[in-house]
Ligand binder design. Structure first.
Ligand SMILES: Nc1ncnc2c1ncn2[C@@H]1O[C@H](COP(=O)(O)OP(=O)(O)OP(=O)(O)O)[C@@H](O)[C@H]1O
Length: 225
């Protein structure tokens, strides 16, 4: 398997004199993996995901994307890398309320130079079809159930065909059955080639992932199957 992302000795502190939230994290993520990040509240899971997803920067250590060290890129450069390679899914869906479902799914393509604007609508409709919501394309998110909103968020995360999908508690606002459906969908779409990393408290979500990483007090306490 090819290496997708490598973290080398990554640490993160939010203030100079406090204990680091993450300490000396060494981690390699390969193409095609599905990974659950587990651990108690406050252990550093979301912080780790934000660093992997280029939403936040480590205070020390290196970040390699396909063996290229991108630690020193500017924030703007990193946001371009993020947009092209990484799709994000959040617990509260983060859809834009004033836009239609279709416009929400189009958004990530506007920052992706590899996609022509003439392709936006077709690609957004294809992504909505993949999550079974093409018939809702002209609706606004407030007219949808939680599970449907999360499926729109999945379409939005996948529309750029990213190498990596990151999901922070993707089923946290859904009931058990709807959460199961959303995870099954995410897994099926990822089986087509993307790597998936999920932060979760939910054991049934974690069981769908082939690799488990447990964080305890900012360090990797377990990494295995
Ligand atoms: N922007 C920030 N500024 C200061 N401290 C922060 C910030 N973000 C997170 N922290 C602190 O870092 C620690 C780890 O937070 P993080 O959200 O990564 O934990 P978590 O394991 O995801 O927790 P939970 O399961 O409750 O979401 C916590 O003590 C938190 O208060």
């Amino acid at each position: 398997m090819e290496q997708l992302i490598t973290l080398e000795q990554v640490s993160k502190s939010f203030s100079a004199n406090a204990k680091p939230v993450l300490e000396d994290i060494d981690l390699t993520i390969n193409d095609g993996e599905s990974i659950a990040i587990l651990g108690p509240s406050g252990s550093g899971k979301s912080t780790l995901l934000s660093i992997i997803g280029l939403l936040d920067e480590p205070t020390a250590g290196d970040y390699l994307l396909r063996s290229e060290n991108i630690t020193a890129l500017t924030r703007k450069q990193k946001s371009l890398v993020r947009n092209a390679h990484i799709g994000w899914i959040f617990q509260n869906f983060n859809l834009i309320a004033s836009m239609t479902v279709l416009e929400n799914v189009v958004q990530p393509m506007r920052f992706n130079k590899a996609i022509k604007s003439s392709e936006y609508i077709d690609r957004a409709k294809e992504a909505l079809n993949d999550v079974g919501l093409l018939d809702k394309h002209a609706t606004t998110p407030d007219k949808l159930s939680g599970g449907q909103q999360q499926r729109v968020a999945i379409a939005r995360a996948l529309v750029n065909k990213p190498a990596l999908i990151l999901a922070d508690e993707p089923t946290g606002n859904l009931d058990q059955a709807t959460g199961d459906e959303v995870m099954a969908l995410l897994q099926a779409l990822c089986d087509k080639g993307s790597t998936l990393i999920v932060v979760t408290h939910d054991e049934s979500v974690a069981q769908r992932c082939k690799r488990r990483i447990r964080i305890l007090d900012g360090r990797i306490d377990y990494d295995g199957k």
